[in-house]
Design a protein around this ligand. Structure first.
Ligand SMILES: C[S@@+](CC[C@H](N)C(=O)[O-])C[C@H]1O[C@@H](n2cnc3c(N)ncnc32)[C@H](O)[C@@H]1O
Length: 271
């Protein structure tokens, strides 16, 4: 295998492509660094990098969200998040990301169950958030909740920042690459929803490092029970046995919750 492919050139050419322009540079560099070790030409390394970026990010979208239109609509909405018109807006947008779309039938039950006995909830860190911050109106949290969220797309996080600002939520949205850096904000609850399998596609050893790097008293980690295409394929048993052995190794106490479309774990730890 060639080791002479220039990683920075791969990164430059990938970020020049319209589809990948909004991705976190650190993630593109991380993936390109792995791909150049497996490929024999610049062209192959670029293809390998874009394929992997598609798999970890774009695969959840049927089409690119129209953030310009979403921002125009947001600007016209009343500023109380919990009004019916705003909840309808959030529901419609959550349909655009496969992960939140799949959670919609259980979204109220999901957060009511997972957050019920850790009230009051005052701060949340939503890691690899996708469109999940748009579910805030379904979460039993304090009105002055501090909500931090991160994902790999900077157009998504810019939109989420405007969403927080419009509804006067103390929120912060930023891009991140959890494969290299874990946000060090100290919070009450960290969410890592349906994301570990996705991160493991790019780095098999990432789960333990990420879990132990998060600074939260309560950690909520979940797994899909079906693939993006809707197939069951024994996923629930597979993720459960893999994750429970990791929790046993770490000596962490947890409660397990099975929802129709998602398997969740709530872990209590010292911050
Ligand atoms: C299965 S989706 C889950 C989204 C959200 N947590 C939810 O459950 O609705 C996985 C998310 O991880 C994000 N992601 C992929 N690789 C990442 C990385 N290295 N760092 C941060 N986020 C990442 C993707 O963009 C995507 O939004």
């Amino acid at each position: 295998m060639s080791t002479t492919i220039d990683r920075d050139e791969v990164v430059r050419q990938v970020l020049e492509k319209k589809k990948y322009r909004c991705l976190d540079r650190d993630l593109v560099t991380f993936i390109a660094g792995k791909e150049i070790k497996k490929r024999t030409s610049l062209k192959e390394a670029i293809k390998g990098t874009t394929n992997k970026l598609h798999q970890v990010g774009w695969a959840y979208f049927a089409q690119q969200p129209d953030y310009t239109a979403h921002l125009q609509e947001l600007a016209m909405l009343p500023t109380d998040l919990h009004t019916e018109v705003n909840r309808q807006f959030c529901l419609r947008l959550m349909q655009e990301h496969a992960s939140t779309r799949e959670r919609l039938p259980i979204v109220g039950e999901f957060y009511a169950t997972l957050l019920a006995d850790i009230q009051p909830v005052t701060s949340i860190l939503d890691l690899a958030c996708g469109f999940n911050p748009l579910a805030l109106s379904w979460m039993p949290v304090e009105p002055d909740i501090q909500y931090s969220a991160c994902d790999i797309f900077n157009d998504m996080t810019t939109f989420l920042q405007s969403f927080f600002a419009h509804f006067h939520i103390k929120g912060e949205a930023s891009t991140c690459n959890l494969l290299s850096t874990i946000p060090q904000k100290q919070v009450q609850v960290a969410l890592l929803l349906k994301t570990l399998p996705c991160l493991e596609q790019a780095d098999k050893e990432s789960a333990r490092r990420i879990l132990t790097g998060i600074r939260a008293r309560t950690l909520i980690v979940s797994f899909p029970v079906r693939s993006i295409g809707g197939k069951e394929k024994g996923m629930r048993q597979h993720y459960a046995s893999q994750f429970e052995s990791l929790l046993a190794e770490l000596g962490w106490h947890y409660r397990k919750f099975l929802f129709a479309s998602e398997l969740a774990y709530r872990i209590e730890r010292d911050p």
